[in-house]
Write a protein that binds this ligand. Structure first.
Ligand code: ZN
Length: 245
């Protein structure tokens, strides 16, 4: 089965549309979103609408929880809070309840796990080898048989592996995951990269071939920036798109 795995869209419709156009080139059988559909950028309703229409299997991220009233905004920095207040003020009631009802994590087709931050803790950031090793041990305990887990939240593409992990590159340049390892994989962010790249990032995962490929997609950043200014959202949200931080 061939999956497209996207994360952290954050109301950036131009980025999402560019990713959806790009993944149309592949034989994608299922679209999965690891959460944070909204928060930060100016098209939360449109992003939810598009992903619902595409029948994407979505998780609920920390921004989705806050925007739908399930968490208070005090945990967020001032800029993120302002953007969330704005998002709350424009989010359609129907989408608000839809976001609320999304799961924090799930096992897809009995094969691999998807979560927002970390399994059992959607707010946790996996940034170091040490954190990744601890999380992989938890995955093993909580979900027997699961060897691959996709996570988001950090907005940084990454692959961590333990056990008898072997990662090789095939002729097409895709990474091939060995059968014995345990893998934690982050597709990066669609709407707001933080790894110094400019554009949108996502993953194509083939569960039968065990291949993973990161795709990097350009889009009209200026259009997204213009909407930030027009909506009166914090201007650094627009500026950071140019540097990917
Ligand atoms: Zn996020």
């Amino acid at each position: 089965m061939r999956y497209a795995i996207i994360s952290d869209v954050h109301g950036n419709l131009e980025a999402l549309q560019a990713v959806l156009d790009d993944l149309a080139k592949w034989r994608i059988e299922k679209l999965i979103c690891l959460g944070d559909l909204v928060g930060y950028y100016a098209n939360p309703n449109e992003c939810v609408e598009v992903l619902r229409k595409k029948k994407a299997q979505c998780l609920r991220g920390n921004h989705d929880r806050a925007a739908s009233g399930l968490a208070d905004l005090s945990a967020f920095n001032v800029g993120a809070r302002r953007a969330l207040e704005w998002t709350k003020s424009v989010l359609k009631a129907e989408y608000c309840s839809w976001l609320r009802a999304l799961p924090d994590e799930m096992v897809i087709d009995g094969g691999f796990l998807v979560c927002h931050g970390a399994p059992g803790d959607p707010d946790a950031y996996i940034l170091t080898e040490k954190e990744a090793a601890r999380v992989l041990a938890t995955v093993c305990m909580m979900y027997s048989g699961v060897r691959v887990c996709f996570y988001g939240h950090t907005h940084i593409p990454a692959l961590f592996a333990t056990g008898e992990a072997v990662v090789e590159k095939n002729a097409a340049g895709e990474l091939v995951l060995g059968p014995e390892g345990l893998y934690l994989i982050n597709p990066g962010s669609v709407g707001q990269p933080r790894d110094g790249t400019v554009g949108a990032s996502y993953i194509v995962y083939d569960s039968r071939e065990r291949t993973v490929e990161w795709r990097q997609v350009e889009y009209d950043i200026r259009a997204t920036q213009k909407k930030v200014y027009e909506a009166g959202l914090p201007s650094w949200l627009a500026e950071r798109l140019q540097v990917g931080r």
